[in-house]
Design a protein around this ligand. Structure first.
Ligand SMILES: *Cc1c(COP(=O)(O)O)cnc(C)c1O
Length: 368
C-alpha cells in the first residue's frame, strides 16, 4: 500500500510518518518535444496534473501526509487557508471528505477568474464549510471564532493545515516526489535533468524538491518561480522550511542525513510575478497558450503559466544549456461533472461577486 520510494530508501520512516495513499503515483513523465524544438532546448515534463483520481495537482502529495496525521490524531475536522480560488483549500476539502473528515476553508480575496468560480463550486459540492473575509487580519479573528464554535460543538479543536500544505510534514510529499523521479530516471524513462522549473507560492513544492535532490545525490538545480508576494515567497523562508523538513525526517529516521541548503543551486525567480497574486501577466498567458498549442498541456495564469513563462524566457535568452524539466503543479482532472448541481447562491454572500462581476481582462478567453 505505501510503496513510497522515500520509505523504500529510508525504511525507518515507514513506521513513524503517517501516510494515506490518496495520490495516484508515480505521476507521468514525457519529453516536451514540440515546445523544446520551438525554443531550441531539451525539455521534459513531470506531470502532477493527474496526481489524484478526483482532483490532481501538487497539493495531493502533501495531503497524503497531512490528512493521515489528522486521522491518526483523532481529528474530526480540518481547517485551512487560501485565496477565494485556492487549489489547496479545494484539494483539502475533497480529500478530507474522502477520508471522513469535515473541512473548513478560510478564504481571502483575489482577482476574479473563471477558475475561482469552478473551485468555489467544487468546494460546495465537497461539503466544505466556507468562510470569506476581507484580509488576513479578519481571517485570523474569524479563525479564532471557528475554534471556539467547534470546540463547544464537538469538544475538539479543528486540525489546522498550513497555507498551501507547506508545513514540514506536507513538504515530505515533495521529498518523496524526487525519489519517485529518480526511480523513473533509473528505469530509463527520462534522463537526469540539469534544472527543474517550478512555481513557488508557499514554497513547499520547491523546497521539497531541493531537499529531495540533495538527499538523492542529484545535482539538479531548482528554479523556484515566485507567484505570490515576496513576503511569502523568499529565500529565507525557503531555507527555514528546508531545515525543519530535514530535521523532521532525520528525527524520525537517523539514517536520513542532515544536508545543507543548496545555496548555489536553488534560486527564487522574481521577474515573472507581475503586479499581484493571481493577476495574470501577458508573458504568463502567452506561455499558457503556447504550451497548450504545442503540447496539449493545460496550464493556468496564477501559478504554472508564470513558471512556464520563466522557462520560456530563459530558453529564448540562451540560458538553458542542459536538459530542463518543467514540473507541472496544476490539476488536470476535469471536475465539471461534479459541479453540475452546485449553485453559487449557497456560498456566503460576500463570495457572490466572483460570479456576478466580470473576470480579469486576461482571463476573458480561457482555453478550458
Ligand atoms: C499551490 C500551487 C502552487 C504553489 O505550490 P507551493 O508549494 O505553495 O509553492 C503551484 N501551482 C499550483 C497550480 C498550485 O495550486
Amino acid at each position: 500500500m505505501d510503496k513510497l520510494p522515500l520509505f523504500e530508501r529510508y525504511p525507518g520512516l515507514r513506521e513513524r510518518i503517517p501516510y494515506v495513499p490518496i495520490a495516484t503515483l508515480p505521476t507521468p513523465v514525457r519529453p516536451l518535444e514540440a515546445l523544446g524544438e520551438s525554443l531550441g532546448a531539451e525539455l521534459w515534463l513531470k506531470d502532477d496534473g493527474p496526481s489524484g483520481v478526483s482532483y490532481g495537482g501538487n497539493k495531493v502529495r502533501k495531503l497524503g501526509f497531512l490528512l493521515a496525521s489528522a486521522k491518526q490524531d483523532g481529528a474530526e475536522t480540518v481547517l485551512t487557508f487560501g485565496a477565494a480560488g485556492s487549489n489547496h483549500a479545494l484539494a483539502t476539502a475533497i480529500y478530507a471528505k474522502a477520508l471522513g473528515l469535515r473541512s473548513i476553508s478560510m478564504l481571502v480575496p483575489q482577482p476574479p477568474a473563471h477558475s475561482v468560480r469552478r473551485n468555489l463550486l467544487r468546494q460546495l459540492a465537497a461539503g466544505a464549510e466556507v468562510h470569506y473575509r476581507n484580509g488576513l487580519g479578519p481571517v485570523a479573528v474569524a479563525t479564532c471564532w471557528q475554534f471556539a464554535v467547534h470546540s463547544v460543538r464537538s469538544g475538539k479543536f479543528p486540525r489546522v493545515i498550513a497555507t498551501g500544505g507547506s508545513s514540514p510534514l506536507g513538504i515530505v510529499g515533495f521529498v518523496n516526489a524526487v525519489f519517485e523521479l529518480k526511480q523513473q530516471i533509473e528505469r530509463g524513462e527520462l534522463p537526469e535533468p540539469e534544472v527543474i522549473y517550478v512555481a513557488a507560492g508557499s514554497m513547499g513544492t520547491a523546497v521539497g524538491l531541493a531537499l529531495g535532490t540533495q538527499l538523492a545525490g542529484m545535482k539538479t538545480r531548482i528554479q523556484a518561480v515566485r507567484v505570490t508576494g515576496e513576503r511569502f515567497t523568499n529565500l529565507e523562508r525557503g531555507r527555514k522550511l528546508y531545515q525543519s523538513t530535514n530535521e523532521l525526517l532525520h528525527y524520525n529516521d537517523p539514517g536520513v542525513p542532515l544536508v545543507p541548503f543548496p545555496e548555489s543551486t536553488f534560486e527564487v525567480r522574481h521577474d515573472f510575478y507581475g503586479d499581484n497574486y493571481a493577476l495574470y501577466t501577458p508573458a504568463g498567458m502567452e506561455a499558457v497558450k503556447l504550451t497548450h498549442e504545442l503540447e496539449g498541456l493545460r496550464l493556468e495564469g496564477t501559478y504554472s503559466g508564470k513558471a512556464m513563462a520563466c522557462l520560456i524566457s530563459d530558453a529564448r535568452a540562451g540560458r538553458i544549456t542542459g536538459r530542463a524539466l518543467f514540473w507541472n503543479t496544476y490539476n488536470s482532472v476535469d471536475f465539471h461533472p461534479d459541479i453540475a448541481g452546485a449553485d453559487y447562491h449557497d456560498l456566503p454572500q460576500a463570495l457572490h461577486r466572483y460570479f456576478e462581476e466580470a473576470v480579469q481582462p486576461l482571463d476573458e478567453k480561457p482555453i478550458s
